[in-house]
Design a binder for this molecule. Structure first.
Ligand SMILES: [Zn+2]
Length: 348
């Protein structure tokens, strides 16, 4: 089940104002990762633009028209979110890239790593927000449902809460949204008590974590909340919204995760997807603003996804709670999440 990358050097043409963290150089990091993969004999597929109908599965027509209206010009959509002349086209390409990944994974071809910008998880049904124009992971999840997946899990380990993805699926019992994020932090949503609404109650799992958490904290959260919920939900397809901005070097947040910590998280999540989704896994980039850390973490991600399917990495099980020290934030996050989520999931 070989890994496929979905990548295009076109993503460097989405321009943001000078000094903006979500900058074109991030696409150069993606290109370097894709070039190395191709040089080693790996397959890199070109993205295609998402159609308007594919976008309309998760966005209001009015929102699509508003973003389409920025074609050919620079616009400020909110204080953080900007377009350049080609941004509309490139945002459609980013969303469509995830669909190339879904097609590969759903066909049983193995995992896909989708390297895109602009990111997506802050984009809500009816608005652009937080550097995001269209919600790439949500477009992918809705597409997978139409392709026959009866249950789709979206796991979001970006350091920020994916308010858009949560909002889009909050009343949908067929799509699990599961997020680990720094809290308090932008965008302010993602409290542990947000569990979904209506028929979607229990299908939103938020694990807010205090600033300063590191590898051990995240390993504990994954081992005691994320992986058990994923296992119980048994999705046909697992989508990972992977932001690398929980990295210790990242300038936008205060987490302390190392590249080795990211490798361990990806290994644990891949093992879970192998176990319950038969390896049908699509990894989509979100944030990550320190370029060397972004590059190193993506290299680690490729290694994890390219490895033969096997037993879970040690990180999934080596998360024994600690009495004090770096594990305290993880322990507190787990305790809070378990208290809220036990009515919905077989959690110990
Ligand atoms: Zn982020």
């Amino acid at each position: 089940m070989p890994l496929v990358l979905v990548s295009s050097d076109a993503f460097e043409r989405h321009l943001t104002p000078p000094g903006h963290p979500e900058r074109p150089e991030r696409a150069h990091v993606f290109d370097a990762v894709a070039t190395a993969w191709r040089a080693g004999g790996g397959e890199v597929r070109a993205p295609r633009p998402a159609t308007l109908d594919e976008l309309a599965a998760v966005h209001d027509r009015e929102h699509l028209e508003r973003i389409a209206g920025t074609a050919g010009r620079a616009a400020m959509l909110d204080p953080d979110t900007f377009t350049s002349p080609e941004s509309y086209e490139l945002a459609r390409l980013a969303a469509g890239a995830t669909l190339v990944g879904v097609d590969h994974a759903m066909a049983g071809g193995g995992p896909a790593l989708v390297l895109v910008r602009p990111p997506g998880h802050h984009a809500e049904r009816d608005r652009a927000m937080g550097f995001c124009l269209f919600n790439n992971a949500a477009v992918a999840a809705a597409y997978a449902r139409r392709k026959g997946a009866s249950r789709v899990a979206v796991v979001d380990i970006d350091v920020h809460h994916g308010n858009g993805t949560q909002q889009i699926f909050e009343d949908d019992p067929a799509v699990l949204y599961l997020s680990t994020h720094q809290y308090p932090c932008y965008p302010g949503t993602g409290a542990v008590t947000e569990v979904g609404v209506g028929e979607g109650r229990g299908r939103t799992v938020n694990v807010p974590i205090e600033p300063g958490a590191g590898d051990d904290d995240y390993a504990q959260v994954l081992a005691e909340v994320v992986v058990p919920v994923l296992t119980a939900f048994a999705a046909d397809l697992t989508i990972l919204s992977v932001g690398y901005d929980a990295h210790v070097q990242d300038p936008l947040a205060q987490m302390q995760v190392t590249t080795a910590g990211y490798r361990a998280m990806l290994a644990a999540l891949r093992a879970a997807a192998d176990a319950v989704s038969a390896g049908r896994l699509v990894v989509v980039t979100e944030g990550g603003y320190d370029l060397p850390a972004l590059g190193a973490c993506l290299e680690a991600t490729v290694e994890v996804l390219a490895a033969p399917a096997g037993p879970a990495a040690p990180a999934a099980s080596a998360a024994a709670p600690r009495a004090s020290g770096p594990g305290v934030r993880g322990r507190e996050a787990v305790a809070a999440a378990l208290a809220v989520q036990r009515p919905f999931w077989p959690l110990v």
